[in-house]
Design a protein around this ligand. Structure first.
Ligand SMILES: Cc1cc2nc3c(=O)[nH]c(=O)nc-3n(C[C@H](O)[C@H](O)[C@H](O)COP(=O)(O)O)c2cc1C
Length: 729
């Protein structure tokens, strides 16, 4: 195939919006460069010119255990059924995979796409890119796209409406702006010396500002730094509160290292200014009621949302434990069908104080919060497509993510939205190749949008552009930790309340877990007794929907099949549901009575043994579900309970993988001899890899095969669903 193709097709599959955003940017830019083509989500492949487009560019992320995103499952069914080795004989393609190296199945879906397309006769025109969210997607995505523009003219005609010359000229212009920015000495942000000279006395307070323009500061720390009498300011603050002038939450401005920024140097590798898509139009004079507590209509879910009343809350950790784990029960009603192991999504809003502080920082007064707007634009991202009549506050509560890792493209846009040349230079530096270390350090700090805006006080981005560049706000998923057999119409789940301090001393919190902590109202005391179930009678509702488990992380149909359940920390939660289910099934069988000469033995044989590997820091503080687990052990639901304590006083650290190694003979007999299914839930990084190694060692020792063979066997077990993993990074 040497001819130039005349049309391209971009296909994307995305679980949380990154791949969609990147794919749509590629499509928009290709159009601007004069190429002709279309862009579709993979599951709409039947509308796409699959065989007609000579060039296919695919962008796909991963979910679960190297699984393809939900919006590509139909496409995958089509690909799997397609056995025609010449189906894509006239197609050249490339793949951009988005993955995370914390997962052992790194970028599995992109790799699978490449293999399948080759099997169907397609040829690779440009080597696939495998981006890593653990390191920052941009590190691979940006150079991969840059190179794509170099390769594309060799395989695709520029036939679009824009004339080639015009597009080349436009391209040159962009290129110049994008790849080169000379640093003029007068534009340089303050040097350390200047900074010290400009600071009020006493200077010692500021000497910790090495390499920073802005120190991290809290309200109190800020007061401390104010020159003059602090009492005056405190009084001023009180006066403001008393006179009902609203005060807003402060952010934590970032400490930005400019170590690589030198006068006369050039900034290169700057991301292209992303094409504006979103247009926010005010609907004249129309206002909406404050719908606080109700998820706005533009949020789409695969099944309708249930507003489930909270019926019980319990704190599973001791007051002085490092993590705080809550268990919550929701009344989801009889119509929501689920199995233990299924997950459900919680539609929590962004933190209200954060939302209001951001709106305030963007210059939107409170009386504007409820004006109705329409979100318009060609090729809008999925999460904004239905926002045809909504308010600014709802968009910031439910449409965009205000706390996840910022994209380089956001900094690039902010650079164009500041009135201050020094801020512009800093922002350009952050998204340049030279500023990569600084960008990664910023990612580590997980700043909120408020923190970023407070770091660059002269930056006034238009809201439309923020909507363009902020990632989608997503539901948060939790595993169900109860059995519908035992608790009809109710689900229980457990979660750690995500709150922590960063290296830069900024306080951070998650979205859904602090929200649930707040609405269930256990926080004020913090000394809530451990493991006491508190009935909730107030009208507290959680918007949620059940997502049935796509990767078979549910109990096997046959109750005789032995199980090995491995779940440290909150990874034990789905297994509590499994065990409750088995316990109830056994009780039902017992109440019905066995059959034959040995009825009790017959009942026992109907339920395979269950080995549980569970771990936590310390028995006294973090033994989640202790009461339930002891009960399962005593009544024989659990056949073998192995507990790993990683921070027991005066004892070596023990992890679940250590216990698996100790039990390797027993486990080999159960897993290989008796065909047990293995389930593992929890941290993808240390734990899942450790368990994988321990299982491989078990095979090496008892099956007498080498490590390579052992790992191949494990991969085979994963694909045959004998070894099931529900992991998070
Ligand atoms: C629950 C979950 C499971 C994931 N599993 C994998 C995986 O098995 N392999 C991998 O390479 N990346 C995995 N990822 C990482 C995603 O592919 C990555 O974060 C990507 O940027 C998401 O893009 P999206 O927003 O388009 O879905 C997982 C992410 C999540 C949240």
């Amino acid at each position: 195939m040497t001819d130039l193709a005349s049309e391209y097709l971009v296909l994307w599959a995305s679980q949380t919006g990154n791949a969609e955003w990147i794919a749509k940017n590629i499509h928009t830019e290709a159009g601007k460069k004069g190429y002709k083509g279309e862009c579709f989500v993979m599951d709409e492949f039947d509308r796409a010119p699959l065989q007609k487009a000579g060039i296919i560019i695919m962008v796909s992320s991963n979910t679960g255990d190297g699984d393809s995103p939900d919006n590509s499952l139909k496409f995958w069914r089509f690909l799997r059924r397609n056995k025609d080795k010449t189906y894509f004989a006239n197609t050249r393609f490339t793949v951009l995979g988005l993955g995370d190296s914390n997962y052992s199945n790194f970028n599995n879906s992109g790799k699978k796409l490449e293999k399948k397309f080759k099997d169907l006769g397609a040829q690779v025109f440009y080597e696939k890119g495998l981006a890593d969210d653990a390191e920052g997607l941009e590190n691979v995505v940006d150079p991969w796209i840059e190179k794509l523009w170099e390769v594309l003219p060799t395989v695709l005609k520029q036939t679009g409406s824009a004339s080639i010359e015009a597009s080349v000229a436009h391209e040159k212009e962009l290129e110049k702006e994008m790849t080169e920015l000379a640093i003029n000495p007068v534009d340089m942000p303050y040097s350390m010396k200047d900074r010290k000279n400009n600071l009020p006395e006493p200077i010692e307070k500021y000497t910790n500002l090495e390499n920073t323009l802005v120190d991290n500061y809290t309200m109190d720390a800020r007061k401390e730094k104010l020159p003059g009498n602090v009492a005056d300011y405190t009084q001023l603050e009180n006066t403001l509160v008393n006179s009902k002038i609203k005060t807003f939450k402060s952010g934590f401005p970032l400490a930005i290292s400019l170590a690589g920024l030198e006068a006369g140097a050039k900034l290169t590798g700057l991301p292209r200014v992303s094409v504006p898509v979103v247009k926010l139009t005010k609907l004249d004079g129309q206002k909406a009621e404050d719908m606080s507590g109700k998820v706005p209509d533009f949020v789409s879910t695969p099944v309708p949302i249930t507003y489930a009343p909270v019926t019980m809350v319990s704190c599973l950790t001791a007051p002085d434990a490092v993590k705080r784990t809550l268990e919550v029960e929701l009344d989801v009603g009889q119509d929501n069908l689920f199995e233990p192991g299924d997950a459900f999504g919680v539609l929590a809003p962004n933190d209200e104080e954060l939302v209001e502080a951001i709106l305030n920082r963007l210059g939107i007064p409170e009386e504007e919060y409820h004006h109705l707007y329409k979100v318009e634009g060609e090729n809008l991202p999925t999460h904004l497509q239905k926002a045809t009549s909504t308010t600014v506050i709802e968009l910031f509560r439910y449409a965009v993510d205000l706390t996840s890792h910022p994209r380089k493209a956001l900094f690039r846009m902010l650079a164009d939205s500041t009135t201050d040349p020094k801020e512009k230079l800093m922002l350009m530096y952050i998204c340049s190749k030279q500023g990569n270390t600084t960008f990664n350090a910023i990612r580590e700090e997980s700043p909120t949008l408020l923190d970023i805006l407070e770091t660059f006080p002269h930056c006034h981005p238009p809201i439309d552009r923020l909507l363009d560049l902020l990632p989608a706000h997503m539901p948060r998923f939790y595993s169900i930790s109860s059995s519908p057999l035992k608790r009809q119409g109710k689900i229980r789940f457990a979660f750690n309340v995500v709150e922590y301090i960063t290296v830069g001393k900024a306080q951070r919190k998650g979205v859904a877990t602090p929200w649930m902590d707040k609405i269930t109202n256990l926080i004020p005391s913090r000394s809530t007794p451990t493991n006491v179930e508190i009935a909730v009678t107030q009208d507290i509702k959680v918007p949620m929907y059940i997502r049935q488990n796509a990767n078979a992380f549910v109990l096997p149909q046959k109750t005789e099949r032995p199980l090995v359940l491995i779940g440290p920390g909150t990874g034990i939660a789905p297994f509590i549901g499994f065990l409750e289910h088995r316990q109830t099934q056994r009780n039902i069988r017992l109440s019905m009575g066995g059959i034959g000469h040995q009825p009790r033995q017959q009942i026992r044989d109907a339920f395979g043994p269950i080995y549980v590997y569970y771990g936590f820091r310390e028995k006294a503080r973090d033994f989640l579900f202790e009461k339930e687990i002891r009960e399962f052990e005593n009544d024989g639901t659990i056949s073998l309970l192995r507990i790993a304590e990683s921070r027991a006083a005066n004892a070596p650290k023990v992890y679940v993988q250590d216990l698996i190694k100790q039990d390797s003979a027993k486990l080999y007999d159960l897993i290989v001899g008796k065909d047990a299914a293995i389930y593992i839930c929890g941290d993808a990084k240390g734990m899942a890899k450790g368990v994988q190694d321990a299982l491989a060692e078990m095979l090496v020792e008892h099956q007498k095969i080498d490590l390579l063979e052992a790992n191949k066997t494990l991969v085979g077990w994963i694909s045959s669903k004998k070894y099931l993993r529900d992991l998070w990074a």
